[in-house]
Design a protein. Sequence first.
Length: 576
Amino acid sequence: MPIQKLPERLINQIAAGEVIERPASVVKELVENSLDAGARAIGVEVHRGGVECIRITDDGAGIAKAELGLALERHATSKITSLEDLVAVRSLGFRGEALSSIAAVARLQITSRQADDEHAWRWHDGEVLPAAGNPGTLVEVRDLFYNVPARRKFLRAERTEFNHIDTLIKRLAMGRPDIALRMTHNGKVVHDLAPASDAAGRLERLRSLCGQAFVEQCVEVTFSSSALRVAGWIAQPTFSRSQPDMQYFLVNGRAVRDKVLVHAVRQAYEDVLYHGRHPAFVLFVDLDPARVDVNVHPQKQEVRFRDSGFVHDGVRRAVHGALAEVRPGAPSGGAEPARLPPDGAVSRAPLEQPALALPVREQIARYAKLTAPRTAPTDEAQEHPLGNAIAQLHGVFILAENAHGLVLVDMHAAHERITYERLKTAFDSSGIVAQPLLVPQLVRVSEQEAQLADARAEDFTGLGLQVLRKGPETVEVRQVPALLQGVDVERLIRDLLADLLEQGRSERLREQRNEVLSTMACHASVRANRRLSLDEMNALLRDMERTERSGQCNHGRPTWVQFSIAELDRLFLRGR
């Protein structure tokens, strides 16, 4: 066929295929436009999963009558005018493709009014006519993909499409807690979020979107350097998930998916998360817009960092530091433990007088003891978050009394964490000891990887490795860290080089070292069924209070749990 220019309508439909994947894509583009317009309240109305109708209303700046038609043209935008604007873009939308792409595959109507206008103006089928409307903009999208039946066939069930929209709205609501947001589906209210102006309001929005359990188990993250700020909330390892379905990253306010950020968080959790589980978190990453490229994905769902290693290290340090404080007595972003009433008494249902074979006077005295108000634990117990040991159960658990009630400690899991942290500290302070291989091992790699191994030879030496290039696609390994003796050398080198090529850095050696140290800590820890004295039990409790991440063992399981007086009372007063 001869070369020919495609029809304008087909061009728009092809462009729409990149931008509009499903109803959630429409909602994303329109809500982001509302946010860029300075809206303080946004309404999202969805019918039949967004396929039948999507209506987005806002109280933003509105669109002038003369610009309504222009807004529907491709590459028409008010957000960038030069390459410099594109490099440092701060708005959520900027390409000028959203409205034209939506109009190419759905029936679109826009009603908008600026603050100074006497009435609103409506664009429909290429005409701009007067209309009634409040200041702001209303965009109505009907019959998505009505003219592209092949695309419509690929849409999922109504519930599935709605779930995509719901997840999207949660991400946008996380990024802008200062905006009121209301969402309905088939006429039923799904979200009705009030604007949050303070820490309490932000925590309430977090509770609405992620649930009460997340808020009770979360730890606040605050980290800043000269060029990077990381803030938000991460769930304690005991709140891990079977799927990565509660992970929210917002880079400069934009909800994104990024492998570098996910990898950084997983590394921070590596010592405390059970294998196969996923952490839950809401993290805001802010940096100079010039250091992040948001123009790498048609739907702007992914970003590329100019210095991914710098961002990776900052996020890992932020999360690692917050997790390190998860130990008894350390502050967290979740709920405080239950406390006794100010007078030390605990409200309870009236107790029946026990039938004791005692004289009346002795019966009354015994009854008075049973019903006397409890007093708080001793001052010494209140000074320690884990309190003082009072008993050992089956040689496995330590029972301790603190200011809030009863503490139950898994002594092996707790001692394993303490031993592991001490081993890491000792190993880091003594440095890496290298062990020469009796027979040097040749590893076949790609030419690019061989060049990288040659260029980074000094870096490998600093890690206790000696890797020499022996040919265009071959390297020779002559020594490894002594602690990793017996490791699969070929696999280790391949993984190290793959990480260096993709991320510019690798944590493989540290991860392998930590696996060995974790095994050593497990074998060196106090075993079950060993009887401890009260002094030994208290010494273990004090070590837990001083040790980072002592709330979980090396495999992610909790090392202790707290039972408040109120919880214990409910065990015996249930049904009264």
